[in-house]
Design a protein around this ligand. Structure first.
Ligand SMILES: Cc1cc2nc3c(=O)[nH]c(=O)nc-3n(C[C@H](O)[C@H](O)[C@H](O)COP(=O)(O)O)c2cc1C
Length: 398
């Protein structure tokens, strides 16, 4: 996200204070955030907060130039890789829809050629008003993106539609738009994450320690590089990422069917999920009663997903091994005809499951072996995706 510029338009909604968090998260992601506030917004949240968090001057007026050599609304509109209006009042949405340009925010909206993303926030009656709905429809038809609003408790004390979308949702959509021209643009990636749960009875299951961190990191990194991502995810402790198609599943069988459905369209399949190898052969329809003595449960093999889904140009597997890492991973690569395998040594407590970090060994079909240092899962994800980009190029050249 470095060298990417977001112009963040903040208008006079009670949710304006949440835009400070949004500006902070974008800044932390390496984005240069240039805040433009309407006059009403300055009455609800201080411009000093945005200035301190973003490190850039905050623009509030067309006639107070921070750079004497430029015309503010033109320079902002040109610098923007994305114009994000968050929160957007009913008033600002109406003005942008009809092309009014009577302040710096709306002038910039009219002048920019960057994609525009709007996160509305208002009272339910204002949101549901036919005028607002018609304005939103007009803007959507012109290619303007919307995120939210959500339903929930409103500042007025009521409950309904109009609540500012959660900041992670807005970030997801913003990252997707910022990455639209990345090296995975127009590629369809199917990524799996998390562990599966195999029912023993209606309340118990066989599971594993996968948290979904690696798969979700891969999905977000791929989205931010322009990929059209389908994330097929078992239960994880991650919040559901946005800016992608997320398909929640529970069991290995669910995951198999979801991957089979998604694979005909996919350019690459990355199986980062920890899929059960065995499942109870006959899950009990009733809760099992506690009895004296041991309990045995018959397990049967689940269908190996990577082995059975071969109709994708690039297929990447993960091997979590506690012994003979390289031999086992290489054997898996061979047996399943994979293009790349990412081997993780799960005997190390500092990396792997549940950790925010990972170090892995990448083995490809040519037999080349690459060891990564300990990196954040995001960095590992980007490293794997660098290899996927190369594999996609090679597959396209065949
Ligand atoms: C405390 C307060 C909260 C407001 N919250 C909202 C809001 O959430 N959404 C909205 O559309 N208007 C809200 N308004 C009304 C707008 O501030 C008003 O329409 C204003 O003209 C918007 O100006 P702007 O769109 O240029 O920022 C609020 C007004 C006040 C005084």
């Amino acid at each position: 996200m470095h060298e990417r510029h977001v112009v963040l338009g903040v208008s006079g909604s009670i949710a304006a204070y949440k835009a400070v968090d949004l500006a902070s998260k974008l800044t932390q992601a390496g984005v240069a955030v240039h805040v433009v506030m309407t006059e009403a917004a300055t009455k609800l949240v201080g411009e000093a907060s945005f200035r301190a968090i973003t490190g850039y001057p905050v623009s509030t007026s067309m006639f107070e130039l921070t750079n004497p050599h430029s015309i503010e609304h033109i320079s902002l509109s040109e610098i923007a890789d994305l114009f994000l209006i968050a929160p957007a009042t009913a008033n600002v949405i109406a003005k942008v829809a009809v092309g009014l340009a009577d302040d710096l925010l709306t002038c910039t909206a009219l002048a920019t050629r960057a994609p525009i993303l709007i996160a509305p926030a208002m009272h339910t009656a204002m949101w549901e008003n036919a005028a607002t709905q018609a304005n939103v429809k007009t803007l959507r038809e012109r290619g303007v993106g919307f995120v939210g609003p959500d339903e929930g408790r409103l500042a007025s004390g009521g409950y309904g539609a109009g609540r500012f979308a959660p900041v992670p949702d807005i970030l997801g959509e913003a990252h997707k738009l910022l990455g639209a021209n990345g090296d995975l643009a127009s590629k369809k990636l199917v990524i799996t994450a998390g562990g599966t749960r195999e029912a023993i009875d209606p309340v118990r299951f066989l599971g594993n320690r996968s948290t979904g961190k690696m798969g979700v990191a891969l999905a977000k990194a791929a989205r931010d590089r322009g990929a059209d991502v389908t994330l097929i995810s078992g239960p994880t402790d991650r919040s559901t990422p946005t800016g992608m198609n997320v398909i929640p599943i529970t069991s290995a069988d669910d995951m198999l069917r979801a991957v089979q459905d998604a694979s005909p369209e996919a350019d690459a399949l990355i199986m980062a999920a920890a899929v059960a190898d065995y499942a109870p052969a006959k899950p009990s329809p009733e809760k099992l009663k506690k009895e004296d003595g041991p309990l045995s449960i018959d397990l049967e093999r689940t269908i190996d997903i990577l082995d059975s889904v071969r109709n994708v140009p690039v297929r990447v597997g993960f091997a979590a091994e506690s012994q003979d890492l390289l031999e086992n991973a290489a054997q898996k690569l061979d047996a399943k005809g994979l293009d790349l395998i990412v081997a993780n040594d799960i005997s190390r407590p500092d990396i792997g499951f549940a950790s925010d970090h990972n170090a892995c060994t990448l083995i490809d079909r040519s037999g080349s072996i690459e060891n990564t240092p300990i990196l954040s899962k995001r960095e590992v994800a980007n490293h794997i995706l660098d290899r996927v980009v190369g594999l996609l190029d090679r597959a396209a050249a065949k």
